[in-house]
Design a protein around this ligand. Structure first.
Ligand code: TXA
Ligand code: MG
Length: 318
């Protein structure tokens, strides 16, 4: 276990030091365009085990592998024409593809939790891209928060949750998208939306020329990250609220204003970028009950509502 977590500036020196720590098998948090990831060498079992340990994450939960480009991704997984079309349209960017793992790809079994598929993504954030280039290998990275807690969108969030448990955090400022990547898998050749996220499902369906299916069963082991209660602040959460009840703090949206407002102008991109940061702020302020204004279920609103539903779910997690 690490002792002190150092914060590294996202300049050439900081990126070189972060890459060196990854090469030593250590765990380093870094910004992506979605949220901060907790990275480790995806080929190194011990390094990956260190991610699970730092997060206190259930060991059956597989991790996303971050790579520099589509060529590298194709060495790790087999791409169908549809998968290739999505990579061409959305990488680098907030899309994760779950694809058949190639034999001999060298990815730690702890990353895939023993599945014969692997989740891959080429991030767009310049600091993530610089780190992947400097490291020169695949980086496994879940969101850099303790398991079951809110995803971090600033280096300060990472430090608040994981200080003393990881080697370093590369500070690249606030992450622009603010919700995790959209995860798409394939059932035979049919595209399945495993997790809504930073790329709108409508845009994916448009590129493929066919609708995305939802997973057959929400409890499917192929998407174990979809634990019911996740992204949870400490306080109770009530959704679709048009006004605060006594004792509640309101998280507003558009004209339904509150102590904080995700986007006074009802802009979905702004709301997604603010979501976790505002939940963190209410958490830090000690809010015991949070109510959230209705958010339309279109575009990024699907991902926002998904995360909010998890934040409001009964607290049955460890
Ligand atoms: O935006 C993101 O995706 C962020 C940044 C850091 O890249 N990462 C992220 O990772 O959200 P994480 O570990 O918090 O979520 C990974 C999700 C989980 O729901 C997991 O179950 C799913 O990906 N997953 C990973 N490998 C899978 C696989 N082989 N099959 C199905 N689902 C998989
Ligand atoms: Mg997460």
């Amino acid at each position: 276990m690490e002792k002190a977590t150092i914060t590294l500036a996202a300049d050439a020196d900081g990126i070189a030091r972060a890459a060196a720590l990854l090469r030593e098998g250590r765990q380093v948090a870094f910004p992506t365009e979605t949220v901060y990831g907790l990275g480790a060498d995806a080929r190194d079992d011990r390094a990956v085990a260190g991610i699970y340990a730092a997060k206190g994450r259930p060991a059956f939960n597989p991790l996303i592998v971050h790579v520099a480009d589509t060529d590298t991704a194709q060495q790790i997984a087999a791409f169908s024409p549809k998968a290739r079309a999505l990579a061409d349209a959305f990488w680098p960017g907030p899309l994760t593809l779950v694809l058949p793992l190639r034999a001999g790809a060298g990815i730690s079994r702890l990353v895939t939790a023993g599945l014969d598929s692997v989740a891959l993504r080429v991030p767009a954030h310049p600091v993530a891209r610089a780190l992947l280039a400097a490291f020169g290998g695949p980086v496994a990275a879940p969101s850099a928060n303790p398991s079951g807690r809110i995803s971090p969108t600033t280096a300060a969030h990472v430090v608040a949750g994981l200080s003393g448990r990881i080697a370093a955090v590369l500070d690249g400022g606030a992450t622009p998208v603010g919700v995790e990547s959209t995860i798409v898998g394939f059932d035979s050749d049919a595209p399945v939306l495993l997790r809504p996220g930073g790329v709108a499902g409508e845009d994916i369906a448009r590129v493929l020329g066919q609708p995305l299916r939802r997973p057959d069963s929400p409890a499917q082991p192929t998407s174990p990250g979809q634990l019911a209660s996740h992204y949870a602040p400490r306080g109770r959460v009530r959704l679709e609220a048009t006004e605060a009840h006594p004792g509640e703090v309101m998280l507003g949206f558009g004209p339904v204003d509150g102590a904080l407002n995700l986007s006074p102008s009802a802009d979905m991109t702004e709301a997604a970028a603010n979501l976790f940061a505002m939940l963190h702020r209410l958490d830090e302020a000690g809010a015991e009950a949070i109510c959230v204004a209705p958010i339309p279920r279109r575009g990024l609103g699907v991902a926002i509502n998904d995360r909010l539903a998890r934040a409001a779910a009964p607290r049955d997690r460890s």
